[in-house]
Design a protein around this ligand. Structure first.
Ligand code: RIB
Ligand code: CA
Length: 299
């Protein structure tokens, strides 16, 4: 049983990733921390609260609020991808409220309470994770791994030709996390672009009559309806959760990762392969990975 804190900016693919994690018998969610990114922090937090209330009934999953945006630089949202409120589906209003401590404190406290037992799955900009690690080598030592959905090492980006969205949004925090010494697994566009659900595979991409399957199908149906030119829904964040459950779905090379912070190559992830704290995912068994996603959301 892998115990995880999930840092997220839901976000349609984040929502599928959260459904997987909530349904997985192999993960125990210690908590969810929210960050601004795909939508505003208020929207990503409300989306996380509504989703967990809707499908995780009675589950004690604290949701701690993190950073609205990075401490510096320009910042934008991705409503054109994720819909007007970041999710594009109507969920009942949340009945639960956010946790009392902020995201960075929540991450630090959980990691230090159980050194080596808690992993972080980071599905948005790395602002919260960097804050949790800032000036705290004991925290870098205590967190067992940070599994990051982010980066585009050997492939073009999705925000610019050089940069993937999560890293582009806060390249400074990404550099801090990659240099902190915490073990990082980097699940970037190099592998996530190989995993998708196709428009023609609906309307029941997920089988079963559960709230999870129903919500997953609604998210995809609405996403394809709002984006008539899009044929594939890429499973960026779901693949990061699948990798946390079954690392052998992917193949990796170790590296040091440096992130460009300024100019036209802002957000570019540059790998120096060899000995390094980052495992860069470069290959994926896409068929098996998509099966893991669909199986966990269907039921
Ligand atoms: O580039 C894809 C990533 O950016 C995903 O995490 C998606 O949710 C957005 O946050
Ligand atoms: Ca995300």
């Amino acid at each position: 049983m892998q115990r995880v804190v999930i840092d997220t900016d839901p976000g349609t693919d984040d929502a599928l990733a959260l459904l997987m994690a909530l349904n997985s018998p192999d993960l125990r969610i210690e908590g969810i921390t929210t960050v601004g990114g795909n939508a505003t922090l208020a929207e990503t937090t409300d989306n996380a609260l509504r989703l967990v209330d809707h499908v995780g009934a009675g589950r004690d999953v604290p949701i701690a609020v993190g950073a609205e945006r990075p401490a510096r630089g320009s910042f934008s949202h991705a409503y054109h991808v994720h819909g007007a409120d970041g999710l594009g589906v109507d969920l009942p209003a949340a009945t639960s409220t956010a946790y009392s401590a902020d995201a960075a404190k929540f991450m630090r406290d959980r990691a230090l309470a159980e050194p080596g037992r808690i992993a972080v799955i980071a599905l948005g900009p790395l602002t919260n994770v960097a804050a949790a690690l800032d000036g705290r080598p004991d925290v870098a030592q205590a967190i067992s791994e940070v599994c990051v959905m982010g980066g585009a090492v050997e492939v073009p980006g999705n925000v610019t030709p050089h940069a993937e969205f999560n890293i582009y949004e806060d390249p400074w925090s990404a550099n801090a996390v990659f240099a902190s010494g915490v073990p990082v697994t980097l699940i970037g566009l190099d592998v996530t672009r190989g995993t998708s659900l196709h428009r023609n595979g609906g309307p029941r991409w997920f089988q079963g009559t559960s709230r999870s399957a129903d919500l997953g199908n609604h998210i995809l149906a609405n996403s394809f309806r709002e984006r008539a030119d899009v044929q594939e829904f890429f499973l960026h964040d779901p693949l990061a959760v699948a990798a946390a459950i079954e690392p052998e779905l992917l193949t990796y090379r170790s590296a040091q990762i440096a992130v460009v912070t300024d100019g036209e190559e802002r957000g570019r992830t540059v790998a120096s392969y060899g000995d390094g704290p980052v495992k860069v995912a470069l290959g994926v068994d896409a068929g098996r990975a998509v099966d893991v996603v669909r199986t966990l959301i269907s039921n």
